[in-house]
Design a protein around this ligand. Structure first.
Ligand code: GLU
Length: 475
């Protein structure tokens, strides 16, 4: 049988880092085995599920490059809210076969049972009051449907592909509800019906669902369906080992994108949250598919490190093909400049220089924005420190020298600098910083000669002239 995995988000918000990692593991596992990776929206919480959230999840997966398959013969992603008949069918089947029964106990009664059990030191479960009452569908009182867990049933055990041998003693479970009084299915039933119908072979999901597995396995048993294999992915924690802070846990894929991380870096970061292949840090999507396996997923919680993501992002900013990098950069430039810039040759050269010194696309766009401005805005501190009156004369001489250069390239520019430095007895650092502030507004930029070269003579001269005016005005 082929491998079929699924990712089953509840569309109640953006795709967060934990969910994205679960989706990635499921995807990489399916693709590694040449299998199918399916999606399903678990939108039974009608109050909180929205189509915007569905769209946000799909957009995030698409941005990460995680593609999914549709069920044969279907043209959309299944939603639990549209499948109630299927769940109803399963519940009817369990009732017919005596594996489930109707229960008319009210919530208050069940709560009182639990209280009593707690007080007597017993398991606070449902006390099976209705189990043998034979309540039929015609009951005038509202009823829910409960699974009948046979006395002396075999323990529920499974070999979790990540957590290892798992299971519980059946006496720890009570006859749990599978359908509510309004006929709607309880989550466990819906998941089991869906996974079975979708032909899911491997359920890869977060550790928080491990405690649901025994109930779901009991449903498989009662429905006489072959259960899938389970793999529960460890939790995410802070680097200190503490529970993930709300801020980090809520970090959505979109927020990483908006902060200027590339999809390659985020994908790479996600796969390394709990999975490793030797000491490989950098992995392309193709390599992930080639190498991913569940054996490589550790059992302990994975630490979320923003520094690690930043480091990965830097690696990708250095190495991405130029056209892809520019496509990623464009929205950040537009946000910086408020307009769509023309990506001319000088700018392309600047991006090449900025690859080495940018941590994020946002930073790269910020460092690059000086290229287009009509009027450089000086960082106040940099201007005070470097655009000083005593530099007016050397800057004027440098402008004159620039004007006369036969060629506008780094060698010629270096020579012009050397001449002025000699004449005024200055160090390169002092003059270079003043020029840097004059042409970029900031005291941090790539090499000054390269920066001047790509900016071009005309714009460089205009910016030097403006800086000289600034010095005079401030004097
Ligand atoms: N809907 C659940 C969630 O969003 C997933 C449950 C499952 O994967 O079985 O966490």
């Amino acid at each position: 049988m082929g491998v079929v995995t699924r990712y089953a988000p509840s569309p109640t918000g953006a795709l967060h880092i934990g969910g994205a990692r679960t989706a990635l593991f499921s995807w990489a596992f399916a693709r590694h085995h040449g299998g199918r990776f399916l999606l399903r929206f678990e939108d039974t919480d009608r109050e909180r599920s929205t189509s915007e959230s569905e769209a946000a999840v799909l957009e995030a997966l698409d941005w990460l490059g995680i593609d999914y398959d549709l069920l044969p013969g279907s043209d959309g992603i299944p939603r639990q809210s549209e499948r109630s008949e299927k769940y109803h069918g399963a519940s009817a089947r369990l009732l017919d076969r005596g594996h489930a029964y109707r229960c008319t106990c009210t919530l208050e009664q069940v709560e009182a049972m639990r209280e009593r059990a707690r007080a007597e030191g017993r398991n606070p479960g449902y006390d099976r009051s209705c189990r043998n009452k034979g309540i039929g569908p015609e009951s005038p009182e509202p009823f829910c449907v409960r699974l009948r867990i046979p006395d002396g049933a075999d323990p529920v055990r499974w070999d979790d592909l990540i957590a290892g041998p798992s299971g519980i003693d059946i006496s720890q479970l009570d006859d749990f509800v599978i359908a509510r009084a309004d006929g709607s299915a309880i989550y466990h039933l819906a998941v089991v019906v869906d996974d079975h119908e979708m032909g899911v072979s491997h359920v890869i999901r977060g550790r928080e669902h491990l405690s649901s597995t025994p109930r779901q396995l009991l449903l498989y048993r009662a429905l006489e369906w072959e259960p899938p294999l389970f793999a529960h992915v460890p939790l995410l924690v802070e680097p200190s080992g503490k529970k993930l802070s709300k801020r980090m846990a809520a970090a959505s894929v979109q927020s990483y994108r908006d902060r200027g991380f590339t999809p390659e870096a985020v994908l790479n970061y996600l796969i390394r949250l709990g999975w490793g292949h030797g000491d490989r840090e950098i992995l392309s999507a193709t390599e992930m598919i080639e190498l991913f396996d569940l054996e490589g997923v550790g059992r302990s919680p994975s630490q979320v490190h923003d520094d690690k993501l930043t480091w990965l992002n830097q690696q990708y900013l250095r190495t991405l093909p130029a056209d892809r990098l520019l496509a990623y950069l464009r929205p950040f430039l537009e946000a910086q400049l408020g307009a769509t810039p023309e990506l001319d040759e000088g700018f392309l050269a600047l991006v090449e220089l900025l690859r080495e010194r940018s941590k994020t696309l946002e930073e790269m766009a910020r460092l690059a924005s000086f290229y287009w401005v009509d009027q450089v805005e000086y960082e106040a501190k940099a201007a005070r420190k470097f655009l000083k009156p005593e530099l007016a004369a050397p800057l004027t001489d440098l402008s004159d020298a620039f004007n006369e250069l036969a060629r506008w390239d780094t060698d010629a520019l270096r020579q012009a600098f050397d001449d002025v430095l000699d004449e005024h007895g200055l160090k390169l650092g002092t003059l270079a910083q003043a020029v840097r502030v004059a042409i970029t507004g900031s005291s941090a930029s790539p090499g000054i000669f390269e920066t001047l070269e790509l900016l071009g003579r005309e714009r460089s001269l205009a910016r030097l002239a403006a800086a000289l005016e600034h010095i005079q005005a401030a004097d």
